[in-house]
Design a protein around this ligand. Structure first.
Ligand code: G6P
Ligand code: MN
Length: 445
């Protein structure tokens, strides 16, 4: 089986390859093709993969190319994990937004819109090529903002594109852990959009264990989301929100913390990764050791400003290996080998979430088998959550309209309608600021 990884020179590719190396069963991936625009990044990552494979007998072969069509031909699975504009682009997304006093996070608020506006045209081009060159391939989209990008691609690939994120999985795992439940036996009742969802229940053998967690202050305050949101607020909600909702519920504090940070997340990662890729140019560099050190530092500092404003302290050791690669492998196995399983994924809701139209991509538990991912029908959200989901979906649709038409007015509308952008004038200035710094937004006339 052939797996093509777009963004193959990306820093998290060794996580995916490491997961593939643990799979020795019939029908596993035997061939990995890395595609990237940048040769030196491909070279760096290929060095890490070669060290990972050195002790594994049946390791998948790895080839690298900068030719997209060649990479796609004959692929059974395509992972799309690209970053249009690179980490410099991410840092600019943050800077422009924070200067206007609004959030610049890569997936939430103004920053997420700017990143989406640059990424959607590229993702659509990829989707069209996949439809032409590898029509039977399954596309697994990691590219952020993942829900929006998956919806853009689904207009060309239908249900053959599935978006993934490790945050709901991590959340479910943490809740199961504090409740003493086996995450494999638990059904996580979760719904929303990517980075905008809530766990409303956790069922083990048909019994909802979440009320037990909400009733116990010690348990509730003992894990990441409890520390981030605070026990009282979780009880008021009666649900456990995805960690990215911290940017909504504590917006003022997070914006201030990001404004005051020595470096924004994007700028920190830009500099950190530049050092790693530079090091990989040295012929004697220990590639895997350098990569792993960089990875550990990245994971330890994830959402550091949010945790600081909440007084949440360090991350739990158990949370440091995200599980990003495990979701991807589990999904691929379920499809390729008809190993039926339930995973929280980003798919067109097909009526499973009735406040949105059937083509709207949502994040929801899905039954996965050889025919793809089938969303499980879910109970409605409370009004406040439905309102947020609908508002943000409306923003996403405006981003898609802007990317399709090149209309600047649509881009302004996307920013202006976002619940975390507080004035149409701010939205106008954001479009000015972003088009000035991002060559990838030149299409907005
Ligand atoms: C989480 C999110 C991903 C994001 C990742 C890395 O896992 O779900 O969407 O890409 O964190 O975040 P970072 O700030 O390290 O790039
Ligand atoms: Mn994510």
């Amino acid at each position: 089986m052939k797996l093509t990884i777009l963004g193959g020179g990306g820093f998290r590719v060794p996580l995916v390859y490491g997961a593939l190396l643990t799979d020795h069963a019939e029908g596993r991936v035997t061939e990995v093709v890395l595609h990237d625009l940048d040769d030196s990044r491909l070279y760096a990552v290929a060095r890490v993969l070669a060290e990972q494979a050195s002790t594994v007998a049946d390791a998948p072969t790895v080839t690298a190319t900068t030719d997209l069509d060649e990479a796609l031909r004959g692929a059974d699975f395509v992972f799309s994990a690209i970053r249009v504009g690179g980490l410099e682009g991410r840092a600019n997304d943050e800077r422009v937004a924070l200067a206007e006093g609004v959030l610049g996070q890569e997936t939430v608020g103004a920053g997420g819109i700017a990143y989406g506006l640059r990424t959607v045209p590229v993702a659509v081009d990829i989707a069209r090529r996949v439809a032409r060159l590898a029509p039977d391939a399954w596309v697994i989209n990691f590219t952020n903002p993942a829900g929006l990008v998956t919806e853009a691609m689904s207009r060309h690939l239908g249900d053959r594109v599935i978006g993934i994120c490790d945050s709901p999985v991590g959340l479910g795992r943490r809740i199961a852990r504090v409740l003493g439940a086996n995450p494999r036996e638990a059904f996580i009742d979760y719904v929303g959009l990517n980075h905008l969802g809530w766990v409303r229940g956790l069922r083990v053998a048909g019994r909802d264990e979440l009320p037990r967690l909400l009733a116990d202050s010690d348990l509730l305050g003992s894990f990441e989301e409890g520390k981030l949101f605070g026990v009282d607020w979780l009880r008021s909600l009666g649900a456990i929100p995805n960690e990215y909702l911290h940017y909504y519920y504590f917006n003022r504090e997070t914006v201030r913390a990001y404004q005051q940070a020595e470096k924004t997340r994007g700028a920190f990662l830009r500099d950190q990764q530049a050092r790693f890729y530079e090091e990989m140019r040295r012929p004697d560099a220990a590639a895997l050791t350098a990569w792993d050190r960089t990875r550990a530092e990245r994971e330890a500092t994830y959402m550091a400003e949010n945790r600081e404003t909440a007084g949440a302290g360090e991350r739990d050791a158990d949370d440091l290996s995200g599980g990003y690669e495990k979701v991807a492998l589990a999904l691929m196995r379920a499809i390729a080998r008809d190993e039926r399983t339930t995973l929280i994924l980003n798919v067109r809701n097909q009526g499973a979430f009735s406040v949105l139209d059937t083509d709207a991509v949502i994040e929801v538990p899905c039954l996965v088998d050889a025919n793809g991912a089938h969303p499980v029908a879910v109970a409605p959200l409370p009004d406040h959550a439905t309102g947020l989901v609908c508002a943000v979906k409306g923003v996403e649709r405006e981003v898609l309209a802007a990317a399709e038409s090149g209309s600047r007015a649509s881009a302004v509308k996307a920013f202006a309608l976002h619940p975390l952008v507080d004035s149409v004038n701010v939205a106008r200035r954001l479009v000015e600021g972003y088009t000035a710094v991002h060559p990838g937004l030149a299409y907005l006339g």
